[in-house]
Every structure is written in C-alpha cells, then in structure tokens.
Design a protein around this ligand. Structure first.
Ligand SMILES: Nc1nc2c(ncn2[C@@H]2O[C@H](COP(=O)(O)OP(=O)(O)OP(=O)(O)O)[C@@H](O)[C@H]2O)c(=O)[nH]1
Ligand SMILES: [Mg+2]
Length: 449
C-alpha cells in the first residue's frame, strides 16, 4: 500500500492497497456509508477509522474496489480518495498498516502489473517516462511507447532472431543435406535483415535523447553582448542576471524551453575574452565545455565585425552549427540594419522582442539539420537500458554472421551467439525471468506507482 499522489498540500490524496488481502485489510478500517460490500469500480462515500477504535474518524472519503484481475496490478486494489495535505494521508496510511498492510516499494504496483502480465516491461517504463515527461516531445515519446509501438517492433525483431535459430537447428539436424545453398543463404539473409532493423532502432537514440533532455543551445559571444538578456527574453522571464558591467555571467546557467519538435536547453555562458580575471577565466572554461557539447551555438554580438570575430572563435571551440544573433537591434536605426549573408544571422532585440521567433526558427532548422526528422511512427529507443540490450544483440548477431559466412565453425557453436542475441531481446522486453532487471527498472519509479 502507498499514497499514490505527490506529498504536500493538495485537495485530495489517493491511497492504494493492492494484493490478495487488500479487501480484508481495508474492511477493518474503511466503513462505506451503506456498509460492505460495495459495487466494483464504483466510488462510494466512506469513513476511515483506526482498527482499534471503530467509532473514531480519521477522514471522510471515497473508496473504490477494483477486484482482481481487472485492475492496474492484476490483483485486487482498494483505492481510497482522502483529503490531501501532510497529516490526513499519513494517518490513513498508518491506519492501514496497523490493519495489516505493508508500505510499497517505489514502482512496486507497476512491477506487480508486469509480473502479473498486465503490462510488458517496455510499457511499464513508458508509464515512468510519462510521469517524468517535462516536454511535449518526451510526452509524445512516452505515449507512443505506452501504445506498444516499441514492444511490437522488438517482438518482430525477436521473431527474426528466432527464425535464424530455427534455420540453424535445421542445419544441425540435417547436416550435409543437400538442398542447395538454401539454409546458408537464408540464414545470412535473415541475419542481415535483423541487423538492419536493429540499426534502424539504434539510430533513434540521439533523437530520443533530444526529446527527453532537449537540444543544447549555447549562447556565446563577447562580454556584454546581451547573451543573458536574450536568454531571459526567449524564456519570457528573468532567469539570469543582466547588467551593463561586462563579465556579469560567471557560470553557465541552463534553462529548458518548451519548443517543437524538441525542447531547447538554452545555456547562458560567460562572455569569451582573453583578458579575463581569474574567476571569469574559470567561467570561460565552463563556456568552452558547453560549446564542445552544443547541438547548436547562438553567437551573440552587437556589431557585424564582433559577430564575425565571435563566430570565428566559436568555430574553433565547437563543431556544432552556429546561428548568429546581432543583438540590441532596438538601438540601431533602420538604415544601419545591413547584414552579411554568408551565414544565418538574425537581428534581435531582447528589449522589444524583435527577431526572437526568427532566431528560434533558425535554431530549430540547425538542430534538424544535424539530427534529421524522425518518422512520426518510428518507435524510439528512449533509455540507456534499451540501447545497451540492442547493442548487445547487434554485437552477438554480427559475431555470428562473421563466423557463419567464414564457415569455420560448426553451426551449434556459431548458434551460441544467436541465442545470446535472443536473450538480450528477451531481457529488454521482460519476457524472461529477469528479477534484477525488474528491480533496476522499478527502483527509479515513485512510490505509489
Ligand atoms: N537596448 C538594449 N540593451 C540590451 C539588450 N540586450 C542587452 N542589453 C543591455 O546590455 C547590457 C549587457 O547585457 P547582458 O545580457 O548582461 O550581456 P551578457 O552578454 O550576458 O554579458 P556578460 O554576462 O557580461 O558576458 C545590459 O545593460 C543590458 O540591459 C537589447 O536588446 N537592447
Ligand atoms: Mg551574461
């Protein structure tokens, strides 16, 4: 049992009890207005009291019973809607524990759902991703995974590996059977098709990282160019300090900006200059590290000359595409707004907001130019766990292919690699007995889910 809602002040809290004894335990502390039993899956007014003192009242709430197997976990679940805040949910929890329940581990409800066959492991992870989603892109990816897109793709991959195993078994059972080059060629064909499908999935890794963490967009340029002001203007609130003193920003600050198709992680950095004092120098070193890992750099400067110099300097520190931002355009008269056309340069003003949309468009184009546009229905590899398992399966299959095409080893020996590849996929989908995998996955969940 656990409180399924976030702690703190709130209108309601949901307390969930799951398991074969859930109803028996709750009967000891929950009194529905019209008495037990209540209708399945119907919220019913109730009073909650301590097991030793049935006349007492801890709260007045709602009870809903989801009898097994038609519940989230596949077990009987009793859900109590009680008042939120810190005292009431804790008191209800204590009363239920007193009546015989045990507090749940993080993610234990979802783990039980997986163990009871209500969800596969990938869909369970998608629920975790949905809860953790901080952007539209992360939300979209989680929903897609929850719909089973990745599960289906992996199931067909696994079928491909099993086909190879079957062909190898045929070769083992009927060695030397001369049916032409059928098994050998067919094995190679099946292997190549599976390798290509694995590569296609692995290629989604960088895009999925963008969806979860945002594209890193580093604002860089000389001191006082207006970098911090630009970041504040882009996010629409004052997040970083701005002042007329050059060298104001000493440490990099990153802010996530909701944007389509990917969120943007805007990073404000210390102005780049050679004659910086020691502390500023440290800030510049941090700027350099950010520049090295940027997806896109926005070079900021007030004049065309200093922008050219900034872009040249940034080009030596970062391999990322650079978008130029000619800042403080509100201070410049129209006739002075002449721009060189050799790179994307956007005139902007943090003061009046001019050019901000155009700047974001250029940044988005630069991100897409490096990552490409993922097909909307391509399942994404969203977690390090997925990537590691797919890479393992790929490595085993590639090793098998090499041995098989060289023809040096008997089929049963080469087949060990195919078995390993299939195990890696089983572990990924969660179809084998993988308790340690389950423990790892669910330990990152919140309690009550
Ligand atoms: N008129 C006008 N002034 C601006 C604009 N953007 C920034 N400024 C002013 O320029 C000065 C420097 O701005 P910052 O945003 O602190 O510049 P920075 O590039 O972050 O500077 P460092 O952190 O020192 O490297 C401040 O006085 C800002 O008010 C703008 O679009 N228009
Ligand atoms: Mg600054």
């Amino acid at each position: 049992m656990a409180v399924a809602t976030a702690p703190g002040r709130g209108a309601i809290a949901v307390v969930r009890v799951s398991g074969a004894d859930a109803l028996r335990i709750c009967c000891r502390v929950v009194r529905p207005i019209a008495g037990w039993p209540v209708h399945a899956r119907e919220a019913t007014r109730c009073r909650i009291h301590d097991v030793d003192d049935p006349a007492s009242t801890i709260d007045d709430g709602l009870v809903t019973v989801f009898p097994a197997p038609h519940s989230y976990t596949g077990e009987t679940i009793v859900e109590l809607g009680v008042h939120g805040g810190s005292y009431v949910p804790a008191a209800v929890l204590a009363a239920i524990v007193h009546a015989g329940a045990r507090p749940a581990q993080p993610g234990e409800f979802t783990e039980r759902a997986v163990l009871n066959g209500k969800l596969d492991l990938l869909r369970a992870e998608a629920i975790g991703d949905l809860i953790d989603a901080r952007s539209r892109a992360a939300h979209r990816m989680a929903l897609q995974q929850l719909s089973g897109a990745l599960s289906h793709r992996l199931a067909s991959l696994r079928a491909g590996v099993i086909e190879i195993e079957a062909l190898l078994a045929y070769d083992v059972d009927f060695p030397g059977e001369d049916d032409g080059a059928l098994p050998r060629q067919r094995v190679l064909g099946a292997c190549d098709a599976t390798l290509a499908a694995l590569d296609e999935l692995l290629a989604t890794v960088p895009v999925a990282i963008l969806g979860r963490e945002g594209a890193t967009v580093v604002l860089a340029g000389p001191p006082n160019a207006g970098k911090s002001s630009l970041l504040n203007a882009l996010v629409g609130e004052s997040r970083v300090i701005v002042s007329e003193t050059p060298g104001t920003t000493r440490d990099a600050v990153d802010v996530l900006l909701e944007h389509d198709p990917w969120p943007l992680r805007l990073v404000d950095t210390a102005g780049l200059r050679d004659d910086a004092d020691p502390v500023e120098r440290l800030g510049i070193e941090v700027s350099m590290r950010w520049l090295a890992q940027a997806h896109v750099v926005v070079a900021c400067a007030e004049t065309v000359e200093s922008l050219e110099a900034a872009m040249a300097a940034i080009g030596t520190l970062s391999a990322a595409p650079i978008v130029g931002a000619l800042t403080k355009r509100d201070l410049v008269t129209k006739s002075e707004q002449i721009l060189p056309m050799t790179w994307p340069v956007v005139p902007v003003s943090a003061t009046n907001g001019a050019g901000l949309v155009a700047l974001l468009d250029q940044v988005t184009m630069a991100v897409l130019a490096t990552t490409g546009i993922a097909e909307a229905d391509t399942p994404m590899v969203t977690r390090a766990r997925h990537r590691a398992a797919l890479e393992r399966a790929r490595g085993e299959l590639a090793a098998f292919r090499e041995l098989w095409s060289a023809g040096v080893l008997p089929a049963p020996v080469a087949a060990v690699h195919v078995r390993e590849a299939s195990l890696a996929l089983d572990e990924l989908i969660g179809t084998v007995d993988v308790n340690d995998v389950l423990a790892r996955v669910f330990s990152t969940f919140c309690v009550g889910k």
